[in-house]
Design a protein around this ligand. Sequence first.
Ligand SMILES: [Zn+2]
Length: 127
Amino acid sequence: MTIHRKNIILRCLSFKCPRCAASGYLKSWFRIKSQCESCGLILARDESGFYFGTTSIGYVISFLFIIIPACVAVIFDLMGVWVAVVSAICLSILVNILIFPVLLSWVIMSYFFLQPEALEDTDQKEN
Ligand SMILES: [Zn+2]
């Protein structure tokens, strides 16, 4: 069974299993289940790498959409330096908490998009 990369993207970004499209692979707001409850696909093969990936994407998003605009606001005297620093820190933390499940699904999507053969792996040792 071949799963097209388009389906991997659509399923992962809608929080569904990239193999069987069953929903609910989030254990909590900050965690993914170790495997799909429907098809047994191991989702957390490299769990620490998944969480490291979300942090990296979060840094990039914070830098591009919060820190740079805050710097520009300071340069153009739209806000004070300390107001910008405190606002940027608070906003970065808040945004990363709010979008964390999306970041997790983005990392899962990237993993299976780059390695679609992992979806066909029938050697699920934890079944
Ligand atoms: Zn599944």
